[in-house]
Structures are given as structure tokens and as C-alpha cells.
Design a protein around this ligand. Structure first.
Ligand code: SF4
Length: 286
């Protein structure tokens, strides 16, 4: 079995920088991570070991610690103000590309457009964007598209949306709202695009794929969906211990990629496991 790694995979600069900020915190017990920093169990376990408090992703209550860490996914200005009004010091690790999506939504709203966000309604990033908007619309699938009365709509994306998905949803919105001027600002982040492009590059050359990343991670799931859409058998794991040798029976070339919140050591552990499996099989067949 040959192993083919995607050229671009794994942790993005937004998550890496957020973790670096938290790594420098000297008194983790005085800091609450507000919402899930990343959808990665290994990283969350590291935060717990260091002694950070963590508020549940859906929690709206003001944390009791003096310092509140805003995650890379960001929060609304409304929530930021509420935390400051409660006397909290903010440790803001919002990714600049998430901030760009907030700014794009605000700019479209300032033009008098009703804003449509393409993404998952229950995702913390989307929640942060829509909380600062008047009558926002969230479109997660074509089933959410409707004919809205406004004559001007502004569309942005959750940063980890697939380009093809965004294009299909945008086309459906335009078709259902012929009376409206629809302006689209592409807010899909560059690292997400790069990981998808690198996956597309290897897909024709592999007959199976391992995707490493949290099971709740949106961008990891997008990598899985894209491979499955191309008919490539795909195994999604968030840790090396989830791999099962029998799954690789008959696989000649196995691809490897990982979501933007996956630690390098997690990827290397999976790669090492695959190499040992491949070496063992080669020995057997010799
Ligand atoms: S996935 Fe993109 S938007 Fe999200 S933290 Fe990484 S770089 Fe930033």
C-alpha cells in the first residue's frame, strides 16, 4: 500500500495562533475559554490539563473568571460588549479571516441589504456573525432558500464552507429572488480552499482516504464529503486509535489529509500507523 499525503493539510494559522496565545497564559485557572476553541478533542484535553475553565459552546452565561478567551471562531460585538460590561478582560484570539467575514456582513448590511449567511446555523462562527445583524437569514442547504421580500440581499459564507456548496446555494438564492439585487462577498478562508484544492489534486490517484480531524469539525467534514462525492472510500478519524487494519484490505494507494484544527503530532501518528501497516503487508506478500 502506498501513502499519498495532500500537499496542504492540518492546522491553519488561525488555530495555531490562538493556541500560541493560550500557551503563553501564566494563570489558566483565571481564564475561561468561551465556547469551543477548536473542534478537536486532543486540543480540548490539553486545555483541561493546563487548568483553563471552559464554557459550553451553547452557553450564553457570563463566565465567572476575570479573563474570558474569545476563540478563533469569534463572537458578536453584542456579546463582546456584554462581557466587557460585566467587567471581563477579553483575550481575543478571533481569527483575522473570521473578522473579515464579520466585516463583510456588516458592509453589506450598511448598503441596506438583508444579509444571508451560507453555513451551519448551530455553528459558533455563524452565531457570532448573525447576532450583530437585523433579520439575518442562515442558509445551510437548498431547502433553506426562499423568496424573500427584500429588493437587496447580501450573501457571505461561513469561512469553512466549500466553494462548490457556496456556488450552488448562491445560484439557488438568485433563482428564487429574481426581483432582488444579490451581492455576494466570498468569505471562504484561504486555508480551507487550499486544503480542498490539495485534496482534489490527489483524489484521482487514490482508492481510499484517511481524513484526520474532530468529528464535530466543519472543515474536516467538508473534506470527507468532497472525497465521498468523488466515490473515494473515506475513513474519518480524530485519533490514531480509531484506525482498523481490516478497513485497508485491498487498498493500493491511500490518501491522507487533515482538517484545520488537527495537531501535527496527530497527523504524524496516523501517518506512522499507515506506514507500519503498509510495511507489514509488503513483508507478508514478499
Ligand atoms: S479555518 Fe480559516 S477562518 Fe477558521 S481559524 Fe483557520 S484560517 Fe481562520
Amino acid at each position: 500500500m502506498q501513502i499519498l499525503r495532500a500537499q496542504e493539510m492540518g492546522m491553519c494559522f488561525g488555530v495555531r495562533d490562538a493556541l500560541a496565545v493560550l500557551d503563553r497564559v501564566e494563570d489558566p485557572a483565571g481564564v475561561t475559554i468561551h465556547g469551543e476553541l477548536v473542534h478537536n478533542p486532543e486540543v480540548l484535553a490539553w486545555l483541561d490539563r493546563r487548568g483553563f475553565a471552559r464554557s459550553a459552546e451553547a452557553a450564553r452565561a457570563v463566565p465567572s473568571t476575570p479573563v474570558v478567551a474569545v476563540t478563533a471562531h469569534g463572537i458578536s460585538d453584542r456579546e463582546r460588549s456584554a462581557l466587557r460590561a460585566a467587567g471581563k478582560q477579553l483575550l481575543d484570539t478571533t481569527c483575522p479571516l473570521v473578522k473579515k467575514a464579520h466585516d463583510a456582513a456588516q458592509a453589506l448590511a450598511a448598503e441596506g441589504r438583508r444579509v444571508v449567511v451560507l453555513g451551519r446555523r448551530d455553528h459558533v462562527e455563524v452565531r457570532g456573525i448573525i447576532e450583530d445583524l437585523q433579520q439575518p437569514i442562515v442558509v445551510g442547504s437548498v431547502a433553506d432558500v426562499a423568496t424573500w421580500p427584500e429588493r437587496a440581499l447580501g450573501v457571505v459564507c461561513q469561512t469553512t464552507t466549500q466553494g462548490e456548496v457556496a456556488a450552488a446555494l448562491l445560484a439557488a438564492i438568485v433563482a428564487a429572488n429574481p426581483h432582488a439585487d444579490v451581492r455576494f462577498t466570498d468569505t471562504i478562508c484561504a486555508p480551507t480552499k487550499a486544503r480542498i484544492d490539495a485534496l482534489l489534486e490527489i483524489l484521482p490517484r487514490i482508492d481510499a482516504l484517511v481524513v484526520v480531524g474532530g468529528h464535530d469539525s466543519n472543515n474536516t467534514r467538508q473534506l470527507v464529503l468532497r472525497a465521498e462525492h468523488h466515490g473515494v472510500r473515506t475513513c474519518h478519524v480524530d485519533h490514531v486509535r480509531e484506525l482498523v487494519p481490516a478497513w485497508f484490505d485491498g487498498v493500493r494507494v491511500c490518501g491522507l489529509t487533515a482538517g484545520t484544527s488537527t495537531l501535527p503530532r496527530t497527523i504524524e501518528a496516523v501517518h506512522g500507523w499507515l506506514e507500519r501497516l503498509a510495511a507489514g503487508r509488503q513483508k507478508h506478500s514478499a
